[in-house]
Write a protein that binds this ligand. Structure first.
Ligand code: C2E
Ligand code: MG
Ligand code: MG
Ligand code: MG
Length: 283
């Protein structure tokens, strides 16, 4: 009967909710001990100069591998860590580890920029300036080989804290990229006020380049021109095909990152990308 169906529907819905909240609780609990248990790793995805196919940088991407369970992707645990504040100590670890690794590469002759993703809460709550200073001091990495990736949502706070923190970090020699550029709700005026260095064109716009239709290139072209006008570098994210690379080159976008070149790689595999030849041209 309809009554029974209603009851079954309700039961199903409620079980579903339980599963979601049970999973969330498991992730929250796991996150509490993940740092102590040394369960985080960084993978590195190279950024390429499109014209000569030279690696110019590496984006550090967080990986969580709890003991005896499958890898949990950042899209699943980072929003939770942002909600409960754990992203602050986790983000500190990411900064220290990325600087430590990049210093090792530098000492081996691989002079690269390493880029680190920073959450809004690290600006609001954490002592980002001190965290960065600690990571640099511990590792001995020169500040201009570290770049911080922030999203438009961070800039939208438009608070003194964000402006001051960025200015202080810029004064140290750190550079800034706006991640997923073009997807946020922001006015363009902030680009001048916040003194960033680079725009990372969101992968959704790169995907559209494959269609070959002129209007699908319009946004990428506009972002590249905006970058040129303001003196900002542009990097295409999520580049997957030769076609997209060619199109980007035509549009004047000089840098790219994506599966076309490489997946994010563990540090030891990343180092294998460097031949004596690529090293000579990269420095
Ligand atoms: P993001 O910073 O925009 O990083 C790019 C994401 O796109 C990465 O996903 C990367 O693996 C993926 N990607 C790279 N090339 C391609 C491609 O050609 N095609 C497609 N479809 N995807 C590609 P990942 O590693 O799962 O990270 C997801 C997001 O999690 C990141 O997006 C970033 O917002 C966040 N995240 C990762 N690591 C950290 C971290 O250490 N701290 C913070 N706060 N956030 C992080
Ligand atoms: Mg990023
Ligand atoms: Mg991105
Ligand atoms: Mg993103």
């Amino acid at each position: 009967s309809a009554k029974n169906e209603g009851r079954n529907t309700f039961r199903f819905f409620s079980n579903d909710m339980n599963l979601a909240s049970i999973e969330r609780m498991a992730i929250e609990n796991g996150l509490r001990t993940a740092l102590k248990r040394n369960e985080f790793r960084l993978h590195y995805q190279p950024q390429y100069s499109i014209r000569n196919n030279v690696v110019i940088g590496a984006e550090a991407l967080l990986r969580w591998q709890p003991e005896n369970s499958p890898m949990i992707p950042p899209a699943k645990f980072i929003p939770i860590a942002e909600d409960n504040g754990m992203i602050v100590p986790i983000g500190d670890w990411v900064l220290r580890e990325a600087c430590r690794q990049n210093k090792l590469w530098h000492d081996a002759g691989m002079k690269l920029l390493v880029t680190v993703n920073i959450s809004a809460l690290q600006f609001k709550r954490g002592n980002l300036l001190e965290s960065v200073q600690t990571a640099l001091a511990e590792s001995g990495l020169e500040p201009h080989y570290l770049e911080l990736e922030i999203t438009e949502s961070v800039l939208m706070f438009d608070t003194k804290v964000v402006i001051n923190t960025i200015a202080q970090l810029r004064a140290l020699g750190i550079s800034f990229a706006i991640d997923d550029f073009g997807t946020g709700y922001s006015s363009l005026s902030y680009l001048k006020r916040f003194a960033v260095n680079k725009l990372k064109i969101d992968q959704s716009f790169i995907r559209d380049l494959s269609s070959g239709k002129a209007e699908d290139s319009a946004i990428v072209q506009a972002i590249v021109q905006l970058g040129d006008t303001l003196g900002l570098l542009t990097v295409a994210e999520g580049v997957e095909t030769r076609e997209q690379v060619d199109r980007l080159e035509q549009l004047g976008c000089s840098k790219g990152q994506g599966f076309y070149w490489n997946q994010p790689l563990p540090a030891d595999e990343f180092a294998l990308l460097f031949t004596p030849d690529s090293l000579k041209s990269a420095v």
